[in-house]
Design a protein around this ligand. Sequence first.
Ligand SMILES: Cc1cc2nc3c(=O)[nH]c(=O)nc-3n(C[C@H](O)[C@H](O)[C@H](O)COP(=O)(O)OP(=O)(O)OC[C@H]3O[C@@H](n4cnc5c(N)ncnc54)[C@H](O)[C@@H]3O)c2cc1C
Length: 265
Amino acid sequence: MKIVVLTKAAVPLSPSLVKIDPETGTLVREGVPLTSNVWDRDAVELALKLKDKYSGEVIALSMAPPSGIPALESLIGMGVDRAILVSDKAFAGADTWATAHVLAKTIEKYVPDYDLIVTGEETIDSATAHIGAQTANWLGVPYVYYVYDAEVRNKTLIVRRFLEDEGIDETYEVEMPAVISVLKGSQVPREVRLSRKLNAREYIQVVSNKELGLDPDCVGLRGSPTVVAGMAPATYPPRKKIVLQGEPTEVVKKLIQILREEGIL
Ligand SMILES: Cc1cc2nc3c(=O)[nH]c(=O)nc-3n(C[C@H](O)[C@H](O)[C@H](O)COP(=O)(O)OP(=O)(O)OC[C@H]3O[C@@H](n4cnc5c(N)ncnc54)[C@H](O)[C@@H]3O)c2cc1C
């Protein structure tokens, strides 16, 4: 089974590292130490479980600046066989549509015989949860999200998913190739093995638009139909420091009364 895991080298959620380009309104990634998107470890774990069961290959694919390499190294440390980093200045400023376009074209060129594409549910730094669906759309293959388990029966993929809000457990039969997004927190990701991580760089192939040959008007900011209309820092009302003292039942009653007065309850 040939499985491609899409994975993002994300901007760590630290106020000192999150910077917005005032002209384009986009997140600045250049010069920021990127980290492996934590929810992608669920996707990697499910892909590795499928490989353990049916054999084959797991390939991580990421569109990121060169600073995304350490994130891929850690996934190779988890057990991923090899990785492709697709990286080019022409891809900077991409919205989710343009990102999925590049990912789909890279798969078509470098892993045309894939059986399954596995993604995380969402990222820590943008969290649109668009990429899985849009990549499936670019490739013209089926897509199922919130997946927590998968198996192959008669060359068909049986996936189980859980819709958290409704508490509904569903089973789907999907023709392969397909794309699935893995429910965050649904797996117990295996450890990164230092011995594998140390030599990981030799298993990472870096691809630019020179090799992909995509039209510069269809990638990056120029190929992005989404426009950031405006951006403003979040403002929070000043904190009221109120200490409630007394018997627990009385304190809870007072707390509820205050929350009602403040319009919170
Ligand atoms: C107009 C616009 C401009 C933007 N410009 C920039 C910019 O200049 N710099 C910037 O950093 N971001 C930019 N972004 C955000 C960027 O488009 C998204 O970070 C990116 O497309 C992925 O979306 P997401 O993080 O919401 O992923 P989600 O859809 O939440 O991710 C779901 C899953 O898809 C996979 N995935 C997500 N991103 C990638 C990737 N790059 N490679 C491989 N797999 C991936 C992972 O498995 C992830 O778990 C811009 C967005 C918009 C709307």
